[in-house]
Design a binder for this molecule. Structure first.
Ligand code: GDP
Length: 328
């Protein structure tokens, strides 16, 4: 991947896509192909095909997806499976038809079975039942992985799938109902601090464990994977001792925390001093989600941003963007 290469970042306004744009630009990549939803509807198969035929990107970071937290996923499962399948059909098909050299397809750690052995290795894919709260989304993402793998086998494409752990950071979704736990709690603690509220509700029991990776580390790992892979693609594509083209690569931080500990850390960094009340009528979701990132680590990559620093940075960003704090 050279700085002059034309690179399409599908989903460049999202959490991961915007971090990728920041990082690629800071590395001197100037030929980035970006389209807003108004300019290009990724669910429109014909429009996406025409776009690829006209623009001919050399590399693609596939960061476009319909995503949401536990409540959004369990409330709108039809939208999650439908929209993601369509986006994937469009982009993967067009990338193959126009000979994209390499594509990194981004999924999510929820593709793994609910009770997968922890830390979760890539080999756990399709070995057990999924977590019901996000099954529809997970099935769509699994279809994307299998599509990439199948296209590689049948057409000789170079589509690799990366599965990030729970991500957070600048540009996250801070809406009240649809967001993920970290931005949701940050906003709730912030509001409670301003309102001098002495108690705050945290969903579920507080005992589920999650792993969090700052989105800048995610962008860094994604670019790293594209590069490492480029170096080895001609001699059989070896990443971390595995055949990368038919494999998936986990992108994790390496440590997890309980939701209770996370809530306490966010409260501390936001400066909220009230008490936490755990609302067990809300779903816990999967009990633990920690990725085994050995395959990625074997390529020499390490995360740089600790959870504490990452939350502090995210809160600074939140404070600097007052419109975000007014979302519904
Ligand atoms: P998940 O990793 O797919 O389960 O997605 P989430 O980030 O939505 O939820 C992670 C865990 O945090 C679950 O156990 C939730 O019940 C818990 N949680 C606690 N408070 C909140 C909250 O305010 N919003 C969300 N989304 N999750 C919360």
């Amino acid at each position: 991947m050279q700085p002059s290469d034309k690179i399409f970042i599908a989903g460049h306004r999202g959490l991961v896509g915007s971090a990728l744009v920041r990082q690629l630009r800071s590395l001197g990549f100037e030929n980035l192909l970006l389209r807003s939803r108004q300019e290009l509807d990724l669910e429109d198969i014909a429009a996406v095909r025409a776009f690829f035929e006209k623009e001919r990107p050399r590399h693609v970071f596939f960061a476009a997806a319909k995503v949401g937290g536990i409540l959004a996923n369990s409330s709108y499962p039809a939208d999650f499976i439908h929209d993601n399948l369509l986006i994937q059909l469009s982009v993967i098909g067009a990338a193959q038809a126009t000979n994209v050299e390499k594509m990194l397809f981004l999924g999510s750690s929820c593709i793994y079975p609910k009770l997968a052995e922890q830390p979760i290795r890539e080999e756990s894919l399709l070995t057990g039942e999924l977590e019901p709260t996000n099954e529809a989304y997970a099935i769509a993402k699994i279809a994307g992985i299998i599509m990439c793998r199948s296209f590689n086998r049948q057409y000789g494409t170079r589509f690799i799938s990366a599965m990030p752990t729970n991500l957070y950071g600048e540009g996250d979704n801070f809406e009240r109902a649809g967001s993920h736990v970290l931005p949701a709690l940050m906003r709730r603690f912030h509001d409670a601090k301003l309102a001098n509220q002495d108690e705050i509700v945290v969903w579920g029991s507080g005992s589920p464990r999650r792993e969090f990776l700052h989105v800048d580390d995610m962008a860094d790992a994604s670019i790293h994977l594209m590069r490492v892979w480029a170096e080895t693609a001609d001699d059989g594509s070896v990443v971390g001792g595995q055949n990368a083209l038919n494999e998936i690569v986990n992108i994790g931080y390496g440590e997890d925390v309980s939701i209770r500990d996370l809530a306490e850390l966010v409260a501390e960094l936001v400066g909220y001093r009230g008490t936490l009340r755990f609302d067990t009528s809300m779903p816990d979701g999967t009990p633990r989600k920690l990725l085994d990132s050995t395959r990625l680590r074997a390529t020499g990559w390490r995360p740089r941003i600790s959870l504490r620093d990452g939350i502090a940075r995210t809160y600074e960003w939140f404070l600097a963007h007052p419109a975000v704090a007014r979302l519904g």
